[in-house]
Design a protein around this ligand. Sequence first.
Ligand SMILES: [Zn+2]
Length: 200
Amino acid sequence: MFVEPRIDSFKADRKGAGWIEVICGSMFSGKTEELIRRLNRAKIAKQKIEIFKPAVDTRYHETSVVSHDESSIRSTPVQFADDILLLAGNSDVVGIDEAQFFDLELIHVARTLANQGKRVILAGLDMDFKGEPFGPMPSLMGIAEFVTKVHAICMKCGGVASYSYRLTASDKKVLLGEHDAYEARCRNCFYQDFKDEPKS
Ligand SMILES: [Zn+2]
């Protein structure tokens, strides 16, 4: 389990006090639950937290990051990564969910917030349904101090899963209603069925 290094966010000059954490993995791996766990603990310690998610993710309630076990935390949907810089204010901790859906500007945003002395925690899919690195995630993992890769359980064989296998043939890059459309799979089960084009 991830244990925070010493947090020194309350000193007057916060320069150098910030850092970046990335929580990544496939669908059903518990990324959002882990993000919420870290944010809740910071909140209990009376640190100021702000949470953002891309406006595209409207599966659940508009202003909540909602994990699948229904523990939730209020969040602000934003259109562009840049908006986060304006809205982060004087928060100590900035959480960003579904980070893979943001534009590449998110890399600059995360770096700027951390350089301002904030703790930045990003959660997102590291690979898309083709098994390719997803959007800004690989770069975020590169600039982060801490990267945690969480895993699901392969829905075919019960092994350790790090791939999100798409069950439908939709062309849409973003498919909502993930429970019906995807399976978590291990490498072997993913590539057994993956033929560049998703199966219908
Ligand atoms: Zn498997």
